[in-house]
Design a protein around this ligand. Structure first.
Ligand code: HAM
Length: 420
């Protein structure tokens, strides 16, 4: 056997229903809030993420699946969707087409990370972005949308954490304050942190090395270094959250592992899924569109990890109610009629199964049980001669003849009754 690549996984029947539920619930929710679906390629030019996600991030430095294609071009499997959606926004002038572009995307992302529960090398995100609105009301809309998603999926024990990382006007002073506060302690931190102190001191907060944490916990807070405009913006976001009645906690350590964020950053953490507990993360990125060659437009959005949503979701209501029917045939003559009945049931919109191997009626009924069929429709020589089908309730064992001509309507009524 050739096993799947490390850090990737198959989504099989039994679990896939939960994925379908996440997709159905989020699609309905996004459309209620006025977001339209966009699908972009999985491969992009490497420079899109180097410039977009940021040269100093772990994603670009360590985790990208990048390669040279046969034409000599540097290509990467997308590690996240935001730069791709910004590219699409610019490349297709979505502003002209949509006014205020509000878009969403579902799809696989790729990061070469160390696999563990809730962390994969190919994982899936649902991603939401809005372009062109600077008002904090849109930060609140995005936060409300993220919160509503978690609530509608029935995920409990969640916590919304927010912060502001400032803007290019106030961030340099904060970076300097971090380096000053580190002082002599910088030498005791890991090699990554020493590098971060030079390239982008904010990234020190991404450090996961346990020994470094006491030093990092003592560092200054970005909120204390915000300029007037960023402080006003953050205050307004907090007031909106109160109006939406969404509980939250402010954490100064939430700088997020991507370089493009300005002002608002946030994550939703789940209490029941282990160490990889961020089910969703996002923030504002007011300089990214321009940086990627577009007009000077602000943006904000979030992405949720679908694997983590599925893990955090309760079992109840994971799948749609089903009422499978099973067609059983006794004898060669009945088999043809049974196939026609199977065809009619399926074309009539009902879920119907049959086994084609021509086994005994006993083994056919066993198959019906395995499929959890609600009703079996039995056809033998006797039924054929009378123009009937025997309909058996698999739960109660009761059975009754039904005229062949009326069997589709009869089954529709049974299925509708079963769903009530
Ligand atoms: P991110 O925090 O890198 O943000 O990823 C968002 C979510 O994707 C995480 O909260 C987590 O649930 C999931 N995720 C990330 N890496 C993995 C992994 N290796 N395995 C499983 N799940 C994972 C972004 O990607 C930004 N593009 C979000 C954004 C959109 N910001 C603004 N707009």
């Amino acid at each position: 056997m050739i096993p799947a690549v490390r850090g990737t996984h198959d989504i099989l029947p039994g679990e896939v229903e939960r994925w379908q539920r996440v997709e159905a619930v989020s699609r309905r929710l996004f459309e209620r809030y006025g977001y339209a679906e966009v699908r972009t390629p999985i491969i992009e030019r490497e420079e899109l993420f180097a410039k977009g996600t940021g040269e100093t991030t772990d994603i670009v430095q360590k985790e990208m699946y990048a390669f040279t294609d046969k034409g000599g071009e540097r290509i990467t499997l997308r590690p996240e969707a935001t730069p791709s959606l910004v590219r699409a926004f610019v490349e297709h002038s979505l502003e002209q087409a949509m006014g205020v572009p509000k878009i969403y995307l579902f799809g696989p992302m790729f990061r070469y990370e160390r696999p563990q529960k809730g962390r994969y090398r190919q994982f899936h995100q649902l991603d939401v972005e809005v372009f062109g609105v600077a008002d904090p009301a849109v930060d609140a809309e995005i936060l409300d949308l993220a919160w509503s998603l978690v609530v509608e999926l029935g995920i409990e024990h969640v916590e919304l954490v927010i912060n502001s990382v400032g803007c290019p006007a106030c961030r340099p002073a904060f970076g300097e304050a971090l380096v000053t506060a580190l002082g002599q302690d910088l030498g005791t931190l890991c090699a990554d942190c020493q590098r971060r102190a030079v390239t982008n001191p904010l990234r020190i907060f991404d450090c996961k090395v346990p020994q470094d944490q006491p030093v990092i916990d003592r560092l200054p807070h970005s909120l204390d270094f915000l300029c007037e405009a960023c402080r006003t913006h953050f205050g307004a976001v907090e007031r909106h959250l109160a109006m939406y009645d969404i509980p939250y906690r402010v954490s100064h350590r939430l700088v997020r592992g991507l370089d493009y964020y300005t002002r608002t950053t946030f994550e939703i953490l789940a209490g029941n899924i282990g160490a990889q507990n961020a089910i969703l993360g996002g923030g504002r990125y007011d300089g990214l569109v321009k940086q990627l060659g577009g007009p000077d437009r602000v943006g904000i959005g979030f992405a949720a990890g679908i694997e983590r949503l599925v893990l955090a979701m309760p079992d109840a209501g994971a799948g749609e109610a089903r009422t499978p029917l099973f067609v059983a045939a006794m004898g060669e003559a009945a088999r043809e009629s049974a196939l026609a009945l199977l065809r009619d049931l399926r074309r009539g919109g009902l879920e119907a199964h049959m086994e084609y191997e021509g086994r005994s009626i006993k083994s056919q009924m066993k198959r019906a049980d395995r499929l959890k069929a609600a009703f079996a429709l039995i056809l033998g020589d006797e039924e054929l001669s009378r123009g009937e089908v025997t309909v058996k309730n698999m739960k109660t064992g009761e059975q009754a003849p039904v005229p062949r001509a009326g069997v589709l309507d009869h089954c529709r009524a049974l299925v509708a009754g079963g769903r009530e």
